[in-house]
Design a protein around this ligand. Sequence first.
Ligand SMILES: [Zn+2]
Length: 400
Amino acid sequence: MLKAKSCVSDSEQTSLERTKGILADLVGFDTTSHKSNLALIEYVSSYLMQHGVTSTLLMDETGKKANLIAAIGPTDRPGVVLSGHTDVVPALETGWQTGPFELDERNGRLYGRGSCDMKGFLACVLAMVPEFVEAQIRRPVWICLSHDEEVGCLGAPAIAAWLAQREEPPFLAIIGEPTEMKLVTGQKGKIAMRCTVHGTSGHSSFAPKHVNAVDFGARIVSLIAERADRFRQEGPFDPDFTVPHSTMLVTMIQGGVATNITPERCSFTFEIRSLPRHDARAELTGIMSEVAGRLVPEMQAMHPDTGVVWEEMFSYPAMGDGTDSMGFLLFKDLMPDWSGKVSYGSEGGVFEQVGGIPSVIVGPGSIAQAHKPDEFVKVTQLEACLGFLRDIAGRLQHSN
Ligand SMILES: [Zn+2]
């Protein structure tokens, strides 16, 4: 087991040792999304304080979770956000060789829940704090830690809105999600929905007298599938994405209680993952009005107390290409190799849409190791990340 050593301001410690120590501490906090992250936030805030950096905490409405924002350097000029989420997905899977909340180093890999997604990046950023402070950078670094990313980017909008209100908001956000230290310049948005069909039930031998919720649910599912097929055939397209068009699909479905009862209720969830310039809300509105105009009248003609209810479960916006922005151009030559655009979520879209801050994703570790038992980040990835952050610090030091 690695021992926590981050609270020691030992200048002899190399930045990599410091990173490992901080990562051990961060992994030690069980910040599974449904739990409080305050102990971790307090730890980070007191670590920053030891280096003379003050933090702003933005509490959520329950008071059990917080975002943290801290600036190093002069805030009267645009600077760069280094952003990561503090929460992790549950570690309930079997298959962990060591405790998920105890960082363990084996064969050049650091194992633990969140080591890759994405406390590894946070540890690198925090380990670099003394260097950012010493460098007397001329543009600020904004360290931003959010809560509840894994359950729908719930914390980040408050951070983005807060930053947007600064006199000189940041002009670039680097989101440290695991990309194996490659540059990712776009991300699909997502809306997750639940649809519930309310019909009427009775003995199935009298089926024509009932409004069969599963039947109507299936017809709505077909509408969704047909529209999804249209995305595949007609676009819009962006070849930089592995799946170069928006996708939409039903993910869970329930309905009915017995083989001889007409089902009264059918409910299903579905998601749309949309390209940055594809209006996902307009697509949803299209489906809903088709249902309201055609299927619901059919149901209500048979029985007035029937209908369809739509609920949005969560959503986050897509992240467009910010590579022609002033902020990106300042660091362009320092950026690692480009690896394309991704279909999984990150807070980049939130920074861009809510805060007006162009965003890119660059972080240590591989998404293939995230959300799995024996999650790990390679030590070489942390080294690469420290090198990247050191280059950023150098550029900020000499930037006009
Ligand atoms: Zn993540």
